[in-house]
Each structure stands twice: as structure tokens, then as C-alpha cells.
Design a protein around this ligand. Structure first.
Ligand code: ADP
Ligand code: MG
Length: 636
């Protein structure tokens, strides 16, 4: 028996380990299972090159709880270690690895986003155990088994072990303050979180299942009735993981249904099917596999849970993929798996890392390509999905210039008549009718088909197209599209009279003399509240509405952008609710208002209220007054 002292520079490494990332104590299990998996995969590799002659196919790991003994066992059938190897790998290398790790990050707990996910390795066992034992037997024949014991001080014991079969068993003597790790439910939860897709089967307990060999016969009971005899049950290992998850397979080997069932496996609580998936698969200049899903996002904006999961060689790392996946794609779901993402680094480092940048732009490109091919190959299907995916695409267009470029070809602009046009198609379609006298192409849009119904109708009657743009970030997107040059202007249908929105060469002549116009303006301003409405006379089509309430495009857009967070508008808070009251001087009603004596006030109020009504601005007492006045006017 040998007693030894671990090579220490930092005597107090164990207390440090205990303190390290308190909330992350649970990662010890992932670390030990990762080691057991590595050892098993090494054995499989040796078998594949003929260095190991035994059975490397039916190997598995096991996690076992001994509640009474307060022990947790992690057992593998991998390559094992000789005594010399334990000295080398556990005492020297693993220890110095852990030491270096802690030395580097002990002051950076607050930036622990990704730090702490990996790197502590074998010694993370001491976060939960007061003593750790290793029984291990090498795959090399005749190599005696070794038994290592360490109680958390730098001293250890290394002697021969009785272990007969190949592999390694780690025994953790669980600390009084970590007894949770002796609870079956807790271990189950951890295995499910970190090891659900590990490449080697993991046994945790046993379960009763129907014996596949036993086909229950039909028998007669005492009364002569036919029944089936009871199914014979057998006890089998309970395997907690799926060692061959979909993302590790070739896209050509997977059917649509398999992608969907993998989605359910990832998110058992999601009942909505994904809209489509993107299989990621590169090995140069970095390694990355994965499957991303576009979920339906319209009804449920809850993207907090069920996020994209990051794996490293099938080991779960985190579901915070900030910095790795571009912001706008964090609304997607699925898995990415890459050994090339440095994990024991801070987020700020991650964002500056060249490989990670490449990964992020690769993902962006793949998503753009997929959308583009869906658009090209099945335009109708793409249009049907548009409302569910537009948020992601519009957000991407705003935040990633490269994506914007590609998306220009497939981003859709639906009209109020349910036609879905690309931007180029739209421009072609409206060019003739909607170019104003200065050569600007004016794109009319509505944000709410019901509320702006009257305005949409009038525009359609004039032969104008009206888009329906109702996502929350649309004002930002419009700003960007306008900024791209090309003399394109967007205007919401209710932001001014159509004559003003799309000004043509020929000015409408006013039927009213200047004198009458001044009089009319005076009458109206006397009655209409000044702090709310600016009266604006305009010679319009005589068939257009007499009074129109509008809110200037600029004001409304600034306000919207402020609400959804936009740069450059700091300190512009608190816009007053101000409207324009556009008065159509060519409407016959104006003659009536000018000539009326006793009823002028009623007429003006009535016309104002009708304009407000069409904008949904009439409520409460004002509504009641309006209804009363309407009846009175009918009776007179
Ligand atoms: P890492 O896994 O990053 O190498 P660890 O501290 O987790 O660091 O492990 C140190 C070393 O100990 C491993 O590289 C391996 O050589 C050895 N080791 C740990 N666990 C096992 C095991 N279950 N079977 C065989 N070797 C192991
Ligand atoms: Mg390890």
C-alpha cells in the first residue's frame, strides 16, 4: 500500500472546490459520467483498430445509489487504469488541471455564464463528497486492479483492489450537506438534464416491462368465459438516455416524422408541432452538428423556457446560447453540438472568439438558405407560415446586415387583400399608381385591418394597395427600408389624407373661395378642442370623407419606436396625443356648414364625432352625446 501526497502548489484546493460556484455543485455528476463515457469510447476505438479483442459493443455505464451507506457509485466498463495511470492521470494531471482551472477563475464567479460548465473535471467530485474512492482495472491483461482513496486533503492512498472486471467504479461518500444527491428523483433529474443524449447507454435502476418472449394465451375462466392470461413481466435495466439522438445522424437518413419526434423528445411539454427544421452539419473549419426548429411564435411569445440547448459531444452544457447563436435566432428551438466552442471562458471572451463568430455566421447563413429554399420550392406553404415566422425574420433583417441582404428575396409584405408580395414584387405592382410628383414611391400600410377599415377602403377605391404590417418592430423595419435609398416612403393609411400622402401633379381646386375657407376654419376651430386637433383645410375629392382624423406618420412612428426600444430617441418621451383634423373643402357638407345658422354647431360636432368613430376614438360620455345628437338630427 502506498501513501502519497498530491503535488500541491495550492494547499487549500479542496475548500476552494467546495466553494466554487455553489449553485453548480450538481455538475460533478456530468463530469464523472463524461469521464466514464470517454473511457468507454476509448475502449470502442481500441476494439475498432484491433487493439482490444473483447466485447466492446454491449458496454454501458451505471449510476447506483446506496442510501444507507450514503454512497453514490458511477461505474463504467471502459479502458480502466493501472496503478501507474491513476498516479499519473488522477494525482498529477487531473489535479493540476483542476488547480489551474480554479486559479484562473476563482475571482470571476460573477461572469460565470459559461465558466464552470467544464474544466474542473474529476475533482469536482469533492464538491459533494467527503471521501472519494476509485476501483479500477485496466483493459490490459494481467494488470492488477487499483484502489485509490482520498478524503479531500492532499493525501491519498493507493493500493491493490479486488475488482475483477474491466473498467472503473467511482464511489462518492456523500457529504452531510449534499445528501440531496442520494435522492433518486434528484439524480434522475440530473441525468435527464445533462445526459439525456450521451453516446453510451446509462443504467439507473431497473424497471418492470412486458416479457417480449411471452405472448399471453386465451384461456377459459371458471365460468367458461374466454379471457387472456396475465402478461408475464420481467425486470430489465432502466436506461435513461438515447445514445443516438437525431442530430448525430445524416439528414438523408431521417424522415420528417423523425425530426418531429425528436422535437417531442427534446421538449416533452411542447404540444405544438414545429413549422420546419434545419439540420446543421459542418466539419470544416469547425465542427458543429445540430437541428434547429422554427416554432410557432404568434400566440405564445414565451421564449424563456424551451430554448436552444448547447451540447458538447452529446453532453448538455447550457441552454444559454447567447454569443454563440445570433440574437434573432434565439427564438428558435433545438440543439447545437460543437466541441469547438470554448466553454471555460467568459461571455465577453466568447463574443470576441474567432471560431465562435464563424459559428454564429454559419448558423445565420444556414437559416437564410433554408428559408430561401422553402420560399423557392413551396411559395404557397411559405406564405401560410409567414405570420408565424415573420417576427424572427424581421428581427434578423434589422440586426444582421448579411441576413437582411438574403432576406430581401424572401421576406413577404402581405396586403390587406391577403396577397403576399416580396418587396420587389410590391414595388413593381404599385409603381404606376403610387409614385408621387417628386418621384417617391409611397407604400401605404395599415397596422389593424378592422380599426383602419375606412381608410383602407378609400385607398383601395383609389386603386392603391395597402399592406398589412402588424408586427411590433415594423416601424424599425420601415425606417431601414426607407433608409436604403431608392426613393421609397412608407405611410400609414390614417396618417394623412390620401391626397397629401401621395401628392400628384394636378392640384385639386377648392370649390370654396378663400373668404369662405377662412370662415369655415373659424367656425370649426371655435368648436373643436385646440389642444387635441389641428384643423387643416384641404381640397380633396368631393366623394372623400368631409372630416378625417389623422396622426402624422413621423409622430406616430417615433412613438412606436420608442416603445419597442430604438436608438437615437432618448429624451423624446411623453408625446402628447395630437391629431390633425383634415377638412375636405370640396365636400358638400361644407356648404351646409357655411350656410347653416342654428344647426352649425351640431353639424360640426356630428362630423367630428363620425371621424372619431371611424378611428375608434369615441367613448363614454362623448359616445352617449353623439348617439343623442344623432337621434335629434333625425327627428328634425
Ligand atoms: P479530463 O476529463 O478533462 O481529462 P478529468 O479531471 O475529468 O479531466 O480526468 C482526468 C483523467 O483521469 C482523464 O483524462 C482520464 O485519463 C482519467 N480518468 C478519469 N476518469 C476515468 C475513468 N472513469 N476511466 C478511465 N480513466 C479515467
Ligand atoms: Mg473529464
Amino acid at each position: 500500500m502506498a501513501k502519497g501526497k498530491i503535488n500541491v502548489a495550492v494547499e487549500n484546493i479542496f475548500p476552494l472546490i467546495k466553494r466554487f460556484l455553489y449553485s453548480d455543485h450538481e455538475i460533478f455528476l456530468r463530469e464523472l459520467i463524461s469521464n466514464a463515457t470517454d473511457a468507454t469510447l476509448k475502449l470502442k476505438h481500441l476494439a475498432s483498430i484491433g487493439e482490444f479483442k473483447g466485447d466492446a459493443d454491449n458496454v454501458k455505464l451505471e449510476v447506483k445509489i446506496d442510501k444507507e451507506g450514503k454512497k453514490l457509485h458511477i461505474i463504467d466498463q471502459g479502458i480502466g487504469m493501472s496503478k501507474e495511470e491513476v498516479k499519473k492521470y488522477i494525482n498529477d494531471i487531473a489535479f493540476s488541471g483542476a488547480e489551474e482551472f480554479l486559479e484562473k477563475f476563482k475571482d470571476e464567479k460573477n461572469d460565470a455564464g459559461i465558466i464552470g460548465h467544464f474544466g474542473l473535471g474529476f475533482y469536482s467530485a469533492f464538491m459533494v463528497a467527503e471521501q472519494v474512492e476509485i476501483h479500477t482495472k485496466s483493459f490490459v491483461e494481467d494488470e492488477p486492479a487499483a484502489h485509490w482513496i482520498c478524503d479531500g486533503s492532499p493525501e491519498y492512498t493507493l493500493k491493490n483492489s479486488e475488482k475483477k472486471d474491466r473498467g472503473t467504479e467511482i464511489i462518492l461518500h456523500i457529504d452531510e450537506d449534499s445528501l440531496e444527491f442520494l435522492e433518486e428523483n434528484r439524480i434522475n433529474e440530473l441525468l435527464n438534464k445533462y445526459n439525456k443524449f450521451m453516446p453510451v447507454p446509462i443504467k439507473f435502476g431497473t424497471e418492470e416491462v412486458a416479457d417480449p418472449e411471452h405472448e399471453p394465451k386465451t384461456i377459459k375462466d371458471e365460468e367458461g368465459k374466454e379471457t387472456k392470461e396475465p402478461q408475464k413481466m420481467i425486470t430489465v435495466d432502466r436506461i435513461i438516455n438515447n445514445p443516438n439522438p437525431a442530430w448525430t445522424k445524416q439528414p438523408s437518413d431521417l424522415k420528417d416524422e423523425e425530426y418531429k419526434s425528436f422535437y417531442r423528445e427534446l421538449y416533452p411539454m411542447q404540444f405544438e408541432e414545429p413549422l420546419f427544421h434545419i439540420h446543421l452539419n459542418v466539419d470544416y473549419p469547425f465542427n458543429l452538428t445540430g437541428i434547429l426548429y422554427f416554432p410557432k411564435l404568434t400566440t405564445n411569445m414565451d421564449v424563456q423556457k424551451d430554448k436552444i440547448q448547447l451540447y458538447q459531444n452529446q453532453v448538455f452544457v447550457t441552454d444559454n446560447v447567447e454569443g454563440i447563436v445570433p440574437d434573432f435566432l434565439q427564438m428558435l428551438r433545438g440543439v447545437i453540438d460543437s466541441p469547438d466552442i470554448p466553454l471555460n471562458v467568459s461571455r465577453s471572451y466568447l463574443q470576441a472568439d474567432g471560431a465562435v463568430k464563424k459559428i454564429s455566421s454559419y448558423i445565420t447563413k444556414k437559416v437564410a438558405d433554408k428559408l430561401s429554399s422553402l420560399f423557392k420550392n413551396d411559395r404557397e406553404g411559405f406564405e401560410k407560415k409567414w405570420d408565424d415566422i415573420k417576427i424572427v425574420i424581421e428581427y434578423g433583417m434589422l440586426s444582421e446586415p448579411k441576413f437582411f441582404e438574403k432576406a430581401q428575396k424572401f421576406a413577404l409584405y402581405p396586403t390587406t387583400k391577403d396577397e403576399y408580395l416580396t418587396f420587389d414584387e410590391l414595388k413593381d405592382k404599385i409603381k404606376a399608381a403610387q409614385t408621387d410628383k417628386d418621384g417617391n414611391l409611397v407604400v401605404l400600410y395599415a397596422s389593424d385591418k378592422e380599426a383602419q377599415h375606412g381608410f383602407i377602403e378609400e385607398a383601395n377605391e383609389k386603386g392603391y394597395e395597402v399592406l398589412l404590417l402588424d408586427s411590433p418592430i415594423v416601424s424599425h423595419l420601415i425606417q431601414k427600408l426607407e433608409g436604403d435609398g431608392d426613393k421609397v416612403k412608407f405611410a400609414r393609411v390614417d396618417s394623412d389624407s390620401l391626397e397629401k400622402l401621395i401628392q400628384k401633379e394636378e392640384d385639386q381646386v377648392s370649390k370654396l373661395s378663400q373668404e369662405d375657407q377662412d370662415k369655415l376654419k373659424g367656425y370649426i376651430e371655435e368648436i373643436v378642442p385646440k389642444e387635441k386637433y389641428t384643423v387643416q383645410l384641404e381640397a380633396m375629392d368631393s366623394k372623400s370623407s368631409p372630416f378625417i382624423i389623422t396622426q402624422p406618420e413621423f409622430m406616430r412612428r417615433m412613438k412606436e419606436m420608442q416603445q419597442t426600444g430604438g436608438g437615437g430617441m432618448m429624451g423624446m418621451g411623453g408625446f402628447p396625443e395630437m391629431y390633425n383634423l383634415v377638412v375636405n373643402t370640396n365636400s358638400d357638407l361644407m356648404q351646409k356648414i357655411l350656410k347653416a345658422k342654428g344647426k352649425r354647431t351640431e353639424y360640426i360636432n356630428q362630423a367630428l364625432d363620425l371621424a372619431r368613430l371611424s378611428q375608434n376614438l369615441l367613448q363614454g360620455k362623448e359616445m352617449t352625446d353623439f348617439i343623442r345628437r344623432s337621434y335629434e338630427l333625425m327627428n328634425n
